[in-house]
Design a protein around this ligand. Sequence first.
Ligand code: DMJ
Length: 643
Amino acid sequence: MTTPALLPLSGRRLPPLNLGASAFPHHRATLRLSEKFILLLILSAFITLCFGAFFFLPDSSKHKRFDLGLEDVLIPHVDTSKGGKNLGGFLIHGQGHDEHRHREEEERLRNKIRADHEKALEEAKEKLKKSRDEIQAEIQTEKNKVVQELKKKDSKPLPPVPLPNLIGINSGEPADPDIRERRNKIKEMMKHAWDNYRQYGWGHNELKPIARKGHSTNIFGSSQMGATIVDALDTLYIMGLHDEFREGQEWIDKNLDFSVNSEVSVFEVNIRFIGGLLAAYYLSGQEVFKIKAVQLAGKLLPAFNTPTGIPWAMVNLKSGVGRNWGWASAGSSILAEFGTLHMEFVHLSYLTGDPVYYNKVMHIRKLLQKMDRPNGLYPNYLNPRTGRWGQHHTSVGGLGDSFYEYLLKAWLMSDKTDMEARKMYDDAIEAIEKHLIRKSNGGLTFIGEWKNGHLERKMGHLTCFAGGMFALGADGSRDDKAGHYLQLGAEIAHTCHESYDRTTLKLGPEAFKFDGGVEAVAVRQNEKYYILRPEVIETYWYMWRFTHDPKYRQWGWEAAQAIDKYCRVSGGFSGVKDVYSSSPTYDDVQQSFFLAETLKYLYLLFSNDDLLPLDNWVFNTEAHPLPVLHLANTTLSGNPAYR
Ligand code: DMJ
């Protein structure tokens, strides 16, 4: 803004104008009116100009905000105590603009960083204000999200596989009314066992029928995995108990979870759970069973992580850490355990197309083939670290039994193409016949146990399954000894029947001797119990299928009646502690294999042969039927998606 020049109106130069208060009296007398008027005009114009200039001065506060963006940036440079804030800002802006701008920018950044730090600090303080529980809950929520995602992934249906030809899933109803009646009685016993488990033990592994509550043993680990439900499914299905089957399916679908911190028996979980689920899948076609079987199998795989590939007896389903039973000789794994995985694992590879399962069991087989066998016999103990045998104890009963069974069944299940398995079976039973099978003084054929070079003349209830095995393996035996093996099966069936018939309850003891005048009778008190085991009835059924001799149905019926009379209680069925006592005490356990095996074999014994024919189905060692796989060889993959 410029001060207006005082220009003469007429061209004459006026003397300097003194506008101070003292100036007017000095000139008043000498000025004329027109001059006074002009002077007044100039003066008022000057005042107007000055007054206007006051309003047109820039507003430094606005100026500062516009330029710097931050109101307090200049505070350090302005002495506000002198009221010079606005003016100061304006003045500074006016001087050394660039240098100042640079400093302002630096300051702005510093302040921004400081503000960010403060914000982060605030957030951290907020977090710390939360209790430990709240923080843990947040972590758990995150974990759950991950688990849910994984579950979604796991539950995805597997790519379709061509199902083997499933023949003989029918009612198998016998025409003979007496046989039908007996069969109905077995079905009623199954209902009684199931309904009580349903009412008192649902979701638990087994039932205590007298205490009327759930029961479990260490083979199932520490969690409730509904072993009875899984084990019973296919029996329910075969018997036409479809509502009960659906209940079981629903429980499995919603509750059967294998991500649990629980140490289970690899063998038991394989034969009862994987076998049960696979059989339920093949019979019903319900995808959920296949998915669960594959999930569970994945949890068992870490058990094979040993120096030899021979699996541990137990594995923790969550951590995958494995170990062996403390009681097993020299830290060994058990022949009947690591040797009873083949059928289920071959089916798993067939259904998934993933060779991992097949490779695991074939590795075990190859390793066993290479090993020396004392007298051609397989000892029951093998150390998974060293690959050496433990104690030289051989048995066709406990610790050894189902290893031999699975060699035969591997051959049958491959539509008789797995010749390696058949040869191993033939070799094994030849050695068994030579060293373990004898006739008692009274003419009973029995299978003893080989212990460190001598034969123990004792046979277990478990060993009685071998009668059925010999009959099943008769066809296709070496040197065409079919007749011989069928006869051997019949002799074992007879001996085992004697072990039942020579008791007070007409139920067989856990083990019986052939020594010093004792024949097929238990001697020790702790071998007199019957825990609802199936092996004797299993042999009756195989013998019935191969001979149709009515005595097998009759023997089976005797056993069924004895079970109903002495083991039935209002809360289910219980084992008994002494089969030689007329007033037996109960062990208060309803074993899951009673529903899976004992009642199933009894039902099949009174059904037509076209229900699950043996040319098309192979029963695993827990009586779960798996279809024969009609494949050219055993390096199989049923699933075209993986081929
Ligand atoms: C069942 O779990 C199976 O049959 C197994 O092979 C041996 N023992 C029981 C029944 O006694």
